[in-house]
Design a protein around this ligand. Structure first.
Ligand code: PLP
Length: 453
């Protein structure tokens, strides 16, 4: 029997350490994860009353900020009205949300509901494979993605992920996934223009499709910009060219909007910054601002059409219990309503510009190689040497993060992605951040950088 008396006297941190397995964190004898108790706007508070500006919106998702009563009320009302309906049937918020998503996508998609970003990508891969089978192209099964990109933690989504450190010790994963290098404009060859370099990277992707035998390639999956993998922002020429390449070779284009969607880049969806029309769009996180688990795979109508065939197993045979939960859909609808009422997409663009302007002077800092961003997703690339661009050491990058935290600012990084290149700091605050919040971020980041010259 456990001694309940002893357990009762443990602090929350100690209890947490005994029973809760933290996500993607090495065990530390000397350190315990922060236990968060409350949040309001862009700020969170731990159980000791310490306040932090959450410069990462949780895990890049709390787009409308914390403590929104309307979202709690939307979930409450929906749970009383109808708490659960499987998506083998349907319900009112699922229909209304699907219509709203099509309005934001400005196109005609069928909406398939799941629980998480990983799920949404798994669904996209299965639809791509089955689509080709039923569309007289049965040998297409390979999925092309990019090194450094993250597409999720389940076996298929992890196979598409191009981050070796996330896969190490879990392999072998699913077969039929291959990777190509993304454009990394900061590290492009000096004798090439940004556009020449981006077109070359698109050509490499095309070569991979041809060398693999294009008749075996089902889809390309990519984020509009690589977010968690280091905030690598392509030139528009790259994204447009990849779209053309996919069309030319009969390959479907899946855009992963799990982070970039819902205003993060300054538009409803990140791919709208580049003027492309994907065959499928996956989304999660900002869809509910993290208030409820929900994700979507939006599928172009012409793809859906082939699932209407009446042959054996012609329908899409995928189900999940919680996907499209009525309360989660009601929360998503209210969340989008808040974003529209408060013009948060435009606000993300404006605040992003303010952050980039304010950080400009840090480009002269000896350890800052590059600062880049689109809307409210901003990366600061730390280097040991500005000439050689040697990536900043783990120790240096970790110090910037912990010094920000001790001043009340949480910032992120591309942690455990690829060996030796986990050197990009991330700023990704709620889109609802106030002007004062943004000034606090700027002041704190600058203070920390200047004391670590
Ligand atoms: N795709 C991208 C771009 C992501 O950043 C993530 C998560 O961070 C995922 C997919 C997976 O989403 P989830 O953690 O909800 O499964």
């Amino acid at each position: 029997m456990k001694s309940l008396e002893i357990e009762k006297n443990l602090s929350l941190e100690e209890k947490n350490k005994k029973v809760v397995w933290p996500h993607i964190s090495p065990y530390r004898e000397d350190k315990a994860p922060m236990v968060v108790e409350s949040g309001k706007g862009s700020w969170i508070e731990d159980t000791h009353g310490n306040r932090y500006l959450d410069g990462m919106s949780g895990l890049w998702c709390v787009n409308v900020g914390y403590g929104r009563e309307e979202l709690a009320k939307a979930a409450y009302d929906q749970m009383l009205e109808m708490a659960y309906t499987p998506m083998t049937q349907s319900h009112v918020p699922a229909i209304e949300l699907a219509e709203k998503i099509n309005e934001l996508l400005d196109d005609d998609y069928m909406i398939f509901y799941s629980n998480s970003g990983s799920d949404a990508n798994e669904v996209a891969f299965k639809i791509a494979r089955q689509y080709h089978q039923q569309h007289d192209d049965p040998n297409r099964f390979k999925i092309v993605s990019r090194y450094r990109a993250y597409h999720g933690s389940s076996m298929g989504a992890l196979s598409a992920t191009g981050q070796a450190l996330r896969k190490y010790k879990y392999e072998p994963l699913s077969t039929g996934f291959l990777h190509v290098a993304p454009p990394d404009n900061y590290r492009k060859p000096e004798d090439m223009t940004v556009e020449q370099y981006n077109i070359q990277k698109a050509r490499e992707l095309e070569e991979a499709i041809i060398w693999e035998q294009k008749e075996t390639v089902a889809a390309v999956i990519m984020e509009p910009l690589i977010s968690g993998g280091g905030i690598l922002i392509p030139d528009a020429s790259y994204v447009k060219e990849v779209e053309r390449i996919c069309k030319r070779h009969g390959v479907l284009l899946i855009i992963d909007e799990v982070i970039c969607g819902f205003g993060r880049t300054g538009k409803a969806f990140g791919h709208q910054q580049f003027g492309v029309r994907p065959d499928m769009v996956t989304m999660a996180k900002g869809l509910t601002s993290g208030y409820s688990p929900l994700s979507i795979t939006a599928v172009k109508k012409d793809i859906y059409e082939v699932f209407k065939q009446r042959g054996e197993c012609s329908h899409f045979r995928h189900v999940n219990t919680f996907g499209g939960n009525p309360a989660a859909c009601a929360v998503a609808l209210k969340n989008i309503e808040i974003m529209e009422k408060e013009n948060l997409f435009e606000r993300a663009e404006k605040l992003g510009e303010r952050l980039l302007d304010g950080l400009e002077e840090l480009k002269n800092h000896p350890y800052v190689g590059d600062i880049r961003g689109m809307g409210l997703i901003i990366g600061i690339e730390i280097v040991e040497d500005k000439t050689t661009k040697e990536p900043g050491s783990d120790e240096r990058v970790g110090k910037f993060i912990s010094n920000c935290k001790s001043r009340g600012l949480i910032i992120g990084r591309n942690g455990e992605t690829v060996s030796g290149q986990n050197n990009i700091l991330a700023l990704c605050p709620p889109l609802s951040s106030t002007d004062q919040d943004i000034e606090f971020i700027l002041e704190t980041v600058k203070e920390v950088f200047y004391e670590n010259v």
